[in-house]
Design a protein around this ligand. Structure first.
Ligand code: MTE
Ligand code: MO
Length: 336
């Protein structure tokens, strides 16, 4: 009998490789000289080799064209200039073809598989400790929210980063709309569940659906942003359409994709990665270059789309907005 065990829980890059391409991948790693983390997204000979092994980016452009989206008329959203960036925006062809979205595969090349996701009709449920539970159509929700564009940095726990123009609305606007009770302490968020569409969800060793959670103070912090679009248009599916989170001071896995439910609760949610390996992926997951992942350093990050590696900043550079949230949390593992 073939028994599949839980694997070494680095978040991705090396995990769960389709058997058919295992040997090719080994060759790739040898060629790329990859260590703890694969170096497959940079425009380099390794990138060319990657394309020849995993298929080219042919057809990528079509997946990035979201002009048929029912909210396309709303874009671009007015930019909120409060959030400035000191790095160049990462090219859409890079961020659109190098994604973590385990529902569609535990590797980075999911942009094609993710096209199977049906993003309409789509509803979002607001429940738990709220005045009144409700389920709202995504288009009605988007049209009711204060829409804006923000330029944010994103730092994955795997030590790569990107700079990206998100479109969406402050998470606080959703919280206000949900009317939580005073007793609510956390927001638990859930991604869609549909194993027929998302082949990764047939991998029963993962605790589907993908769940994430934040405190009410985090959810209502100015930085917490719900994303409906990127690059001035509705989000392509691989980015987590039609609604995903962006928490730029936390490791990327907190920014859950394709959300269908927000539950207000007084119990701290156990998130997807925490459930898999709590000693490696904690609840707080704030970015800190001085606290290494148990199996690799967090001191630096590889900038997607470039050959650069740059120092990582505490709270990913957003400490002025969020450091206060953690002043009283002594003794908690805030940085993993
Ligand atoms: N539902 C879901 N959300 C998810 C993930 C996932 O696998 N499933 N991966 C997370 C991780 S690890 C990162 S780094 C970001 C990646 O977002 P991007 O593909 O838009 O860069 O999505 C996060 N949200
Ligand atoms: Mo990530």
């Amino acid at each position: 009998m073939f028994i599949r065990k839980k694997r070494g829980w680095e978040l991705p890059d090396r995990a769960a490789t389709p058997e058919a391409i295992y040997l090719s991948r080994r060759a790739l790693f040898a060629a790329a000289g990859a260590g703890a983390l694969a170096a497959v997204a940079r425009p380099s000979p390794a990138h060319a080799l990657f394309n020849s092994l995993f298929g080219s980016s042919e057809g990528l452009g079509e997946t990035l064209d979201t002009s048929a989206d029912p909210t396309a008329d709303l874009y671009p959203f007015p930019r909120n200039d409060t959030f400035t960036i000191s790095r160049a925006l990462t090219d859409e062809t890079v961020t659109g073809s190098y994604n973590n979205f385990y529902e569609f595969g535990s590797h980075k090349q999911i942009w094609q598989a993710a096209q199977a996701l049906k993003t309409r009709p789509w509803t979002v449920t607001l429940d738990g400790m709220v005045e009144e539970e409700k389920t709202v159509d995504i288009d009605d929700l988007i049209r009711a929210m204060p829409l804006e564009e923000r330029l944010y940095r994103h730092r994955c726990v795997e030590a790569w980063s990107m700079t990206i123009p998100w479109s969406g609305f402050p998470m606080k606007a959703l919280v206000d709309y949900a009317k939580p009770l005073g007793s609510a302490k956390y927001v638990r968020m859930e991604t869609f569940m549909d194993p027929k569409v998302a082949s990764g969800q047939n991998q029963s060793w993962y605790p589907w659906p993908y769940v994430e959670g934040v405190t009410m103070a985090e959810a209502t912090n100015e930085l917490a942003f719900l994303v409906t679009g990127v690059y001035g248009k509705p989000a392509p599916k691989q980015f987590g359409a039609p609604l995903r989170l962006a928490l730029p001071w936390k490791y990327g896995f907190k920014s859950a994709k394709s959300l269908v439910r927000f539950t207000f609760t007084d119990k701290r949610p156990v998130s997807f990665w925490e459930d898999i390996a709590a000693n490696e992926y904690g609840f707080w997951a704030n970015v800190n270059p001085e606290v290494p992942h148990p199996r690799w350093s967090q001191a630096q990050e590889r900038v997607l789309g470039t050959d650069e590696t740059v120092p990582t900043q505490i709270y990913n550079g957003y400490g002025a907005y969020v450091a206060d949230l953690y002043a009283d949390k002594t003794g908690e593992k805030l940085f993993m």
